[in-house]
Write a protein that binds this ligand. Structure first.
Ligand code: PGA
Length: 263
C-alpha cells in the first residue's frame, strides 16, 4: 500500500524567530499513526524548524522548497542540495511558482531532481497545468510532458528507493481558493502514473505516491483522499494554520488506517 503524505509548503512565510514554535505546534496537533508529515519552511528557517522538531517530534520530516541544479559554484544566492544534508530529508522541486518566477524548465527540474536524489533527499516533484491548458483540453498532454521531462534521466528504481513523490498541482488552483474536484484530480493522478509507465517506469509507476496540491483545506481534504489514486496533499496557505493542519492530517489518518499503514 502506498504511503500517505501530508507536506506543508510554507512558501515565503515565517521567520527564524517564529518558525520553530509554529512547527512544534503543528507537530503536536498532527500526531496521526501511519501519516508521513513534512514541513517545508523557507531556507533561513530550516535550522530552527529542524531543531524544534528534533526535540518535539522527530517523526515530522523537514524539507527545502528548492535545490539548485549544480553541486557548487558561482551562483550567488543559491543553495545546492549537498548543503542541505543534515538540515532536511525532503526537497520540493519544480514548484509552479518557481517554474513561473524563476523560469524553471522541465530540463532544469530534472537536473534538480537528480541533485536531490544524489544528496539522499526525497524529492517532491511538482507538475500541473495552467488554466488555459485545461480550458483548451490540453491538461493531460501538458502534464504528461512535464512528468517525462522533469524525470528525464532519473532511474525508476533509484526514485523508488529514495522515496520520490510527485505532486499534481494545477496552477489555477494554487493559492486561489479554487480547488480541483476530487474526480478531476484523481483523473490526473491516474494520467501521471500512465505517463510514468509510458516512460518505462513499470511497476514503480504504481508504487510512486502522487499528492494533490492547490487550495487544500481541512474542509476539502476528504474529497481528495476519498480517491484511491491520491496519496496525500501538498498544502500551502492552510499549512500555516495549526487548526487546518490538524484537520487535514486527521483526515489523512483515516486513509492511513484504511490502507493498513497505521500499525
Ligand atoms: P495552496 O498552495 O495550498 O496555498 O494553494 C499549494 C502549493 O503551492 O503547494
Amino acid at each position: 500500500m502506498r504511503e500517505v503524505v501530508i507536506a506543508a509548503n510554507w512558501k515565503m512565510h515565517t521567520t527564524p524567530a517564529d518558525a520553530g514554535e509554529l512547527a512544534r505546534t503543528i507537530a503536536s496537533r498532527t500526531r496521526e499513526a501511519g501519516v508521513t508529515r513534512v514541513i517545508c519552511p523557507p531556507f533561513v528557517c530550516l535550522g530552527a524548524v529542524r531543531d524544534a522538531l528534533a526535540d518535539a517530534d522527530p517523526d515530522v520530516g523537514v524539507g527545502a522548497q528548492n535545490v539548485h541544479h549544480e553541486l557548487a559554484g558561482a551562483f550567488t544566492g543559491e543553495i545546492a542540495a549537498p548543503m542541505l544534508v543534515g538540515l532536511v530529508t525532503w526537497a520540493i522541486v519544480g514548484h509552479s511558482e518557481r517554474r513561473r518566477d524563476a523560469g524553471e524548465t522541465d530540463a532544469l527540474v530534472a537536473r534538480k531532481v537528480s541533485r536531490a536524489l544524489d544528496a539522499g533527499l526525497r524529492p517532491i516533484v511538482c507538475v500541473g497545468e495552467r488554466l488555459e491548458d485545461r480550458e483548451a483540453g490540453r491538461a493531460n498532454d501538458v502534464v504528461d510532458h512535464q512528468v517525462r521531462g522533469s524525470l528525464e534521466g532519473v532511474e525508476p528504481v533509484v526514485a523508488r528507493d529514495a522515496g520520490l513523490v510527485i505532486a499534481y498541482e494545477p496552477v489555477w488552483a494554487i493559492g486561489t481558493g479554487r480547488n480541483a474536484s476530487g474526480l478531476d484530480a484523481a483523473a490526473m493522478t491516474d494520467a501521471i502514473r500512465a505517463s510514468l509507465e509510458g516512460a518505462g517506469w513499470g511497476a514503480v509507476a504504481t508504487e510512486t505516491p502522487v499528492l494533490y496540491g492547490g487550495s487544500v483545506t481541512s474542509a476539502n481534504i476528504a474529497e481528495f483522499l476519498a480517491e484511491p489514486s491520491i496519496d496525500g496533499a501538498l498544502v500551502g496557505g492552510a499549512s500555516l494554520k495549526p487548526d487546518e493542519m490538524a484537520g487535514i492530517v486527521g483526515r489523512a489518518g483515516i486513509t492511513a488506517r484504511a490502507r493498513g499503514l497505521a500499525g
